[in-house]
Design a protein around this ligand. Structure first.
Ligand code: MN
Length: 389
């Protein structure tokens, strides 16, 4: 495919994965610009958002690794996604992550929004350059969640910053001085959610050709389940750090000057903090509401003081709370029921919903009422004539 005769120094690959029907990710590898975008909002929204973000970045990105200029291009991409939704292209509520890098020699500028990551494989191993803008990443930073728990957390895909909603959104930027032989990786969470960093490092270290390495990573993520779209951009760092940066590159041989975002005004930072706090409150309230709603749809039967009782909700407790409402106290004695049923009622007998619970109570009631205490009663009984009111 490639026209380059020498060994390729970069590769970009995106794959739908094994579970999703559409690929909403987008990748870009046009030296010196590289990017990964992970679209959000579902079919005909996520892929529109990620495509617009990449196209705008292509147009607006600087030629040199200037983190501030790259962050401005990411902001332009944000504005373009918002504008598209307003004009009816894609859907309102669509969004995308965007992690972009400009590579010149061994100098790398990175701008990032969302949970698509940039990594650098160097002599000391694989280093994560970016910090995810995600709920679980915040919980890990606060120490309330471990990396391992984050992997299976139900809210692991909730991101706290994305392109497409907040006109004041800003990118985190990083100014990185790498070394020849290092390897830059940009990846969507379809890769990093399926593979441990150590597994990623192993592939990057052992597969020299970037195109083969990209394919190997995608295959490994699919082997691990392929739960999400998988995107990978690999760039082999070949050049040297320019002389004017030598002082920065020394003495640690690779110094990383991370400018934590272009947070130019404190007002903007304050606004962002308030927005973030609101987002967290909304997520918590949203989860609570969904749980409550689910509980309201459930029902179970149990025995109380020898009689069958119907509850709406869930047996047991959830995070210290009980979510059940006593709906029906019946006159059906548990002792009169089939012993197996009676045994199940000593715990909680869950049914699909309240209608199913009522139906089951009716069944029990008719069983109890026709319970033959006298063999004669096994004979068909005359149906009583309906009485008029
Ligand atoms: Mn994803």
């Amino acid at each position: 495919m490639s026209a380059r005769s020498s060994k390729a120094s970069f590769a970009a690959l995106t794959d739908v994965g094994l579970v999703r029907e559409h690929n909403e990710d987008a990748v870009l590898a046009e030296p010196p610009l590289y990017a990964v975008a992970d679209g959000l909002g579902g079919h005909l929204a996520g892929e529109v958002a990620s495509a617009i973000a990449i196209a705008t970045l292509q147009r607006e990105a600087p030629d040199a690794p200037d983190p501030k200029a790259l962050a401005r291009a990411v902001r332009a991409a944000n504005a373009a996604v918002i504008e598209a939704a307003e004009e009816g292209r894609g859907r309102s509520g669509m969004g995308t992550t965007l992690t972009a890098a400009i590579v010149s020699g061994a100098h790398i500028a990175v701008a990032q929004v969302g949970d698509s990551r940039a990594y650098l494989l160097g002599r000391e191993g694989l280093e994560r350059l970016t910090e995810d803008h995600s709920m679980v990443a915040d919980m890990i930073r606060r120490g309330t969640l471990t990396q391992e728990e984050a992997r299976s957390h139900p809210n692991r895909s909730v991101i706290t910053r994305a392109l497409g909603s907040d006109p004041n959104m800003y990118a985190d930027t990083y100014d990185v001085y790498a070394e020849p032989g290092d390897r830059l990786l940009l990846a969507s969470d379809g890769l990093t959610g399926m593979l441990e960093d150590a597994e990623i490092a192993q592939v990057l270290r052992s597969v020299p050709d970037p195109e083969v390495a990209a394919r190997t990573l995608v295959d490994a993520a699919n082997d691990a389940g392929g739960h999400d779209n998988i995107s990978v951009v690999i760039v082999d760092i070949e050049g040297r750090v320019r002389d004017d940066h030598a002082a920065v590159a020394d003495p640690a041989s690779r110094a990383r000057a991370a400018e934590r975002g272009d947070r130019v005004t404190s007002a903007r930072a304050w606004f962002a903090a308030v927005t973030f706090a609101l987002a967290v409150v909304l997520v918590v309230l949203g989860s609570a509401y969904l749980t409550w709603n689910y509980a309201r749809s459930q029902a179970f039967l149990t025995a109380e003081d020898g009689y069958v009782v119907v509850y709406r909700g869930l047996p047991g407790e959830l995070a210290g709370f009980t979510l059940r409402w006593r709906e029906i106290e019946t006159t059906v004695p548990v002792d009169a029921l089939d012993p197996v049923v009676a045994g199940r009622l000593s715990g909680a007998l869950r049914v699909e919903n309240m209608a199913a619970a009522r139906e089951l109570v009716d069944t029990y009631r008719s069983q109890v009422e026709t319970e033959p205490s006298d063999p004669d009663l096994l004979q068909p009984q005359p149906i009583p004539a309906p009485t008029s009111p």
